[in-house]
Design a protein around this ligand. Structure first.
Ligand code: XMP
Length: 509
């Protein structure tokens, strides 16, 4: 296991991603982790991440200098470099000019291991205010840049490496190769971790954790909860009970597909709660977006609890918590701490007083998909666009009624169908319809119409934090518009949303 100590850099998760892509398991822990705990984790190598602090500051985060004497291979990145240098007898000062962005890197050593196969000179991504001005005894220089005479240094015998730039970002040429070299050439780590070995160890862990007890799982139809359910079913079979609440706000055919897949294909013990009327009843007359969200969240917990009470002797609740959520909650204060996330089943575990089973806690989203693939989840299911917890309620402006839900389901299905036919579905982050219950005039045949508008929303994004509207071909937009107006009653006008995020959001609410 590789241990990454996080000093608050926005890139820390990226380091972990790169390492796992090399089939080596790694974990991120806050830099405040006690030395004893670091020892207990028994890492094969340690990485000290970057961070926003300055080692010159009075209260800057530190590590126990004894770490450097353990014989453990250590790589310090940016702040990690400065920390290693200052704790081992070198000097760091505030640079006159901070170096930021692409910088030329001249390599002068380490080509046989750390820089093996890396182009020289190369281009790396710098982002620092402080810099090293003298290196500790026993260290040598491996590379320089214009602003950093000690851009890469090492103490070969002790296997201590420290670099000023960020090898984990894609702008650093050969950065992945350097991380690879550190792991395999310097630290002698073996690869082999992946979803297959994860599956094996995780099923054993789940069995050991729950014994002969029953586990309850809220199945939403999304990738995370689906993978949790199938994984648990593989580990404990019929001790798993899934509850799927149909709130009447799902996409067309979705409820049917979920039930069919889990019951008929996986033979999972599934309670299908048809709560459509209940949810739509609660939403009647409500048009404030926050209010709608609150009602849906509250009613979900209510309905789920009622169903759970009918199942005897359940002490465990399964949740699809992912690694980014775990890191967020322990993260050392830094930019990575402010990224928001939506918790759809928030409040459930506290209220139900059950022990949690969170088998995906160590995984990133793409690893969850890979695991789903290993468990035989159909590809179309795994690559489905994200869908918000409150469902179509955030895509119908104003009051939600059964009629509006039915109209939007039809129109939205056409949007997605045409995008799939055009071969664009996998390239797009999210594409869907939004119902604007604003009436405008049209003509159809010889008669005048006075009906609602449908907005098509399609965005490109990598993490939903920022997004740009997709430049969909005009022909495709035209086809969707024609079909929606001809096939879906109550809609006589279609518009395309060309707002990026920010300033817009992806959903309209
Ligand atoms: P916005 O509209 O904030 O959406 O730009 C960003 C991403 O989050 C999704 N979204 C939600 N997902 N529960 C969720 O699970 C929610 O309440 C929720 N609201 C928005 C949205 O679809 C987009 O992918």
């Amino acid at each position: 296991m590789i241990l990454i100590l996080d000093f608050g850099s926005q890139y820390t998760q990226l380091i972990a991603r790169r390492i796992r892509e090399m089939k080596v398991y790694c974990e991120i822990h806050p830099c405040t982790l006690e030395t004893e705990k670091i020892k207990a984790l028994n890492p094969e190598a340690l990485i000290l991440s970057g961070g926003p602090s300055s080692v010159l500051g009075e209260h800057s985060p530190k590590v126990d200098p004894a770490l450097f004497a353990w014989g453990l291979p250590i790589l310090g990145i940016c702040y990690g470099q400065q920390l290693m240098v200052s704790l081992m007898g070198g000097k760091v000062e505030k640079a006159q000019h901070s170096e930021y962005g692409r910088t030329e890197l001249k390599i002068c050593g380490g080509q046989e291991d750390f820089f093996y196969g890396v182009e020289n000179p190369g281009v790396v991504w710098m982002s620092h205010g402080d810099r090293v001005i003298s290196i500790p005894p026993g260290f040598e220089v491996l590379a320089t840049s214009q602003g950093a005479p000690f851009a890469a240094i090492c103490h070969k015998a002790k296997k201590l490496y420290a670099i000023q730039y960020h090898p984990e970002v894609t702008h650093s040429q050969g950065g992945t190769q350097m991380l690879h070299n550190f792991l395999f050439e310097v630290a002698g780590v073996k690869s082999g971790w992946g979803m297959e070995s994860f599956l094996e160890t995780k099923t054993q862990e789940i069995k050991a954790q729950v014994g002969t007890n029953k586990v309850l799982c809220a199945l939403s139809g999304g990738v995370d909860s689906s993978v949790v359910a199938i994984l648990l079913h593989k580990a404990i079979g019929d001790q798993l009970v899934c509850v799927f609440v149909d709130n009447g706000l799902l996409r067309k055919e979705e409820a049917h597909q979920v039930v069919d897949l889990f019951r008929s294909h996986y033979h999972i013990n599934l309670v299908h709660v048809d709560a459509r009327d209940h949810f739509l009843g609660q939403l009647a007359g409500v048009s404030d977006p926050e209010q709608k969200r609150k009602i849906i969240g509250r009613e979900f917990i209510e309905v789920f609890e009622q169903e759970a009470a009918k199942i005897k002797d359940v002490h465990f609740l399964a949740q699809g918590t992912l690694y980014p959520d775990v890191i967020e909650s322990v993260s050392f204060k830094g930019p990575s701490a402010v990224i928001k996330s939506h918790h759809n089943v928030g409040g459930l575990p506290e209220k139900m007083r059950m022990k949690l089973v969170e088998p995906l806690r160590e995984l990133f989203k793409d690893e969850v998909r890979e695991l789903g693939r290993n468990l035989g989840l159909p590809e179309a299911y795994l690559t489905r666009h994200p869908f918000p917890g409150p469902g179509l309620a955030v895509r119908i402006l104003g009051e939600v009624t059964p009629e509006k839900v039915a109209v939007l389901q039809e129109a939205d299905a056409i949007v997605r169908e045409e995008i799939k036919k055009a071969g664009l579905y996998e390239k797009i982050w999210q594409a869907f319809g939004v119902l604007l219950p604003v009436k405008s005039v049209g003509v159809m045949g010889d008669s005048r119409t006075y009906e609602w508008t449908l907005a098509i929303r399609s965005v490109d994004s990598v993490d939903a934090m920022t997004a740009d509207w997709t430049h969909l071909p005009y022909e495709l937009l035209g086809k969707m518009s024609n079909r929606i107006i001809n096939e879906v009653p109550k809609i006589n006008r279609v518009v395309y949303d060309i707002t990026s995020k920010p300033p817009g959001t992806i959903e309209w609410e």
